[in-house]
Design a protein around this ligand. Structure first.
Ligand SMILES: Nc1ncnc2c1ncn2[C@@H]1O[C@H](COP(=O)(O)OP(=O)(O)OP(=O)(O)O)[C@@H](O)[C@H]1O
Length: 235
């Protein structure tokens, strides 16, 4: 059974259709990469999954339930966690306080061991007392992932998690995704193809708001239509 499913998901902004009629199925336990050229509709699509923006039409189902009309905090309570380019990090709180706040959003008590574990998993264990705003950009990205993990989600949605990370941090991120895989379904928007090739079970390609291709990473990389979309040329 799909943990996440959309049918006919569409979003228009004024005259522009950012996401058009997307049917998407993500089985439990899978790591799925969502890729596509700039402006393809990736962030708009995942924003509708999370309830950050409303679709123009279409449905989102999560864990067998139609969540299309649920606001974001109710989807989080059902087990959907997401990161959107450090938008949820409070810079004047400590790293530990940020993770504790994230856990309490799903009414999980911020009990020390679990929160420490979330920080350790992303390699920030030694930084728990630091002010979040004093962390490097890459560390703030990792903190946001720890905040998601502290919610013990069934589905973790990551919007460009490796953007701004150093090579060493990217390697740590790849290891983290492999380690999480047994317990958490992951959907990640990713521009770095080495990350996609190494961690994704399957890849969905969006282009002009529509699904252009879906399949295993190696097949997607070899797909002429996908290559053409990135070059902006017809296949
Ligand atoms: N709030 C908005 N108002 C108007 N147009 C928008 C809005 N948000 C997104 N768009 C447009 O929708 C299209 C898809 O944007 P989106 O950010 O979802 O693409 P993306 O694939 O995530 O791009 P990128 O890889 O550059 O982040 C773009 O043409 C964008 O300009």
């Amino acid at each position: 059974m799909s943990l996440l499913r959309t049918r006919g998901l569409t979003r228009r902004f004024d005259g522009l259709t950012a996401v058009e009629d997307v049917d998407f199925d993500l089985p439990e336990g899978q790591v799925r990469a969502l890729i596509g050229p700039n402006g393809a509709g990736k962030t708009t699509f995942v924003s509708m999954l999370c309830g950050r923006i409303w679709p123009t039409c279409g449905t989102v189902e999560f864990a067998g339930r139609d969540v299309s009309a649920l606001p974001a905090h109710k989807r989080i309570a059902l087990g959907m966690a997401y990161t959107f380019q450090i938008t949820s990090v409070f810079p004047r709180l400590t790293v530990a306080e940020n993770v504790g706040l994230a856990a309490r959003r799903v009414r999980l008590e911020g009990e020390g061991a679990r929160l420490a574990q979330a920080l350790k998993r992303v390699g920030l264990g030694a930084h728990h007392k630091a002010l979040a705003g004093d962390l490097s950009y890459g560390h703030q990205r990792l903190l946001e992932i720890a905040m998601g993990l502290a919610q013990e989600p069934r589905l973790l949605i990551l919007d460009e998690p490796t953007q701004g990370l150093t090579d060493a941090e990217i390697d740590a991120f790849k290891a983290l995704v492999r380690a999480l895989k047994a317990a958490t379904t992951i959907l990640l928007i990713e521009h770095n193809m080495s990350v996609v090739m190494e961690v994704a079970d399957r890849v969905t390609v969006l282009d002009f708001g529509k699904v252009l291709a879906e399949g295993p990473p190696a097949a997607i990389r070899a797909d002429r239509a996908v290559q053409a979309a990135y070059l902006g040329a017809p296949a």
